[in-house]
Design a binder for this molecule. Structure first.
Ligand SMILES: [Zn+2]
Length: 178
């Protein structure tokens, strides 16, 4: 008690004089809650009573805070309790993850032949700076008419060659039909 009062006098005289403080027998109370001094071991024992006992069953941060604040108070107790609960060994090891499970990835089916399937990714809503950069790099798509012959860049096309290194860089020529 004497120690706690001394601590408070050091902290702020305005705080001690406040009507919210009172003495109950040997205890110093703040808003009718027992003031717990800045003694980490004492704070730990108080939280342990409200969190680790079998009757309370390791509740989460808010429930533990509610249980502690029924009778006790100290500055920044919420932060201390959050840290206590998030580092509780039994909670970490035994509590289930309540997040929805992440789904499985379903890769696209491999097409039977070349150019069987084409897909295009549109990149939209870029940040302003990125948009400006990509707009600068933009080149207009060439216009083809039926009868033109084209070569295709083979870097993204799977061929029967044993490795990418041994395969042709370009495939073709192909005739544009329509
Ligand atoms: Zn726990």
């Amino acid at each position: 008690m004497a120690k706690a009062a001394k601590e408070l006098q050091q902290a702020s005289s305005k705080m001690v004089c406040s009507a919210e403080w009172s003495e109950d027998k040997e205890l110093l109370c703040f808003r009718d809650k027992i003031y717990v001094s800045q003694n980490l071991d004492l704070q730990r024992r108080v939280v342990l009573l409200c969190h680790d006992m079998k009757v309370t069953g390791h509740p989460g941060h808010w429930k533990t805070l509610e249980l502690v604040s029924r009778d006790y108070w100290w500055p920044q107790m919420s932060r201390y309790i959050r840290q206590y609960v998030s580092t509780c060994d039994l909670c970490i090891r035994t509590k289930p993850i309540r997040q929805a499970l992440v789904g499985e990835l379903h890769p696209l089916q491999i097409p039977d032949s070349r150019w069987d399937t084409l897909s295009v990714d549109f990149v939209v809503e870029l940040p302003h700076d990125m948009k400006r950069y990509y707009d600068q790099q933009k080149t207009l798509a060439p216009v083809f008419k039926p009868g033109d012959k084209v070569f295709l860049d083979a870097s993204d096309i799977r061929t029967t060659h044993p490795s990418q290194k041994l395969s042709h860089q370009r495939l073709g020529p192909f005739v544009v039909e329509r």
